[in-house]
Design a protein around this ligand. Structure first.
Ligand SMILES: CC(C)(COP(=O)(O)OP(=O)(O)OC[C@H]1O[C@@H](n2cnc3c(N)ncnc32)[C@H](O)[C@@H]1OP(=O)(O)O)[C@@H](O)C(=O)NCCC(=O)NCCS
Length: 135
């Protein structure tokens, strides 16, 4: 089941999956107040989280994380698909993300494209800005 959740509900998975070596506060963003947060649950357990930020016709998704033991089973794809539809229904015509370089292929399968040939580095991780149009 996919549903909207609070920003606080995303923080534990974000920390565990994305930045386990940083302080838990590292994954708490001031922008979270302006986001729409989604969680995928299986038998009442939170498996995957993703946060959406809509700014007019532009939308960004951030902080996508699936519980390590549940990765590679299709949960993240279900959640991303849901959020792409949600962004379009909220009026976004373009969606983008800072994609970890090792996940570019995953996002390309959804139709997102790299906006540059070279990645950029932040906090020791390589990222591509990726985007797609929404109809
Ligand atoms: C990126 C992430 C959120 C995706 O969530 P997920 O639940 O693992 O997503 P899926 O299971 O739908 O897809 C992951 C992979 O498993 C594959 N897969 C999905 N279902 C599958 C199945 N039934 N059998 C075999 N492979 C499958 C997908 O094709 C995909 O392959 P790829 O990574 O080579 O493109 C998750 O891997 C994650 O948390 N990674 C670490 C943090 C991270 O990198 N976050 C994204 C930052 S941009």
């Amino acid at each position: 089941m996919i549903k909207q959740i609070s920003k606080e509900d995303t923080w534990e998975l974000r920390h565990l999956v994305l930045w386990p070596d940083k302080d838990p506060s590292f994954v708490q963003m001031k922008e979270d107040d302006d986001g729409i947060h989604f969680g995928l649950y299986e038998r009442d357990e939170l498996i995957s989280v993703l946060s959406l930020f809509v700014n007019g016709t532009d939308a960004q998704f951030r902080k996508f994380a699936t519980l390590p033991s549940e990765q590679g089973k299709g949960y993240g794809s279900l959640l991303l698909h849901h959020v792409l539809l949600e962004a379009a229904s909220l009026g976004a015509t373009r969606i983008w993300c800072n994609a970890r370089a090792n996940k570019a292929g995953f996002y390309e399968r959804f139709g997102l494209r790299k906006t540059t040939e070279e990645p950029f580095e932040k906090n020791g991780v390589l990222f591509f800005v990726m985007e797609m149009r929404l109809l």
